[in-house]
Write a protein that binds this ligand. Sequence first.
Ligand code: DGI
Length: 150
Amino acid sequence: MERTLAIIKPDAVQHVDDIVYAIEADGFTIIDKQHIHLTIDQARDFYAEHNGKPFFEPLTKFMSSGPIYVMILSRENAIARWRRLLGPTDSVQAREAAPHSIRARFGTDNQRNACHGSDSRTSADREIRFFFPNATVEPLPNSAQIATFL
Ligand code: DGI
């Protein structure tokens, strides 16, 4: 089973029940969760890869503007499946291209887009550790474990 990090952003926390329903209906298991209100510095740290882009300041201000709901999701192919359920980054575009997606249903535009999802295995590992430092590490495949001990 693969894991990914999901965040319900400040603009969509009032829809947490509907979003959790959509997540579970799509076959995910929520293996940990927490409400948190990020400081601006924590938001900057989380989105460090976007530092320098024109939307970095408004994005980090938005992400620290109110409580968020963070979840570790698990299922086969979780990273890609959660990105698919999210839809395109811009909620306006999502309503055209994927009207049943979460960003189409609960987001507004390309910043207030309801939810976040990790975009790779590397970022999922980093982002899960960012919010859940005590999360158990996923077991390595057998071949990798054997290689470690050779
Ligand atoms: O992985 P995504 O969240 O789909 O998109 P991303 O990693 O390219 O960008 C991260 C977040 O930054 C995105 O969810 C919303 C915000 N963002 C991205 N592009 C823009 C943006 N915000 C504004 N205001 N303008 C943008 O062009």
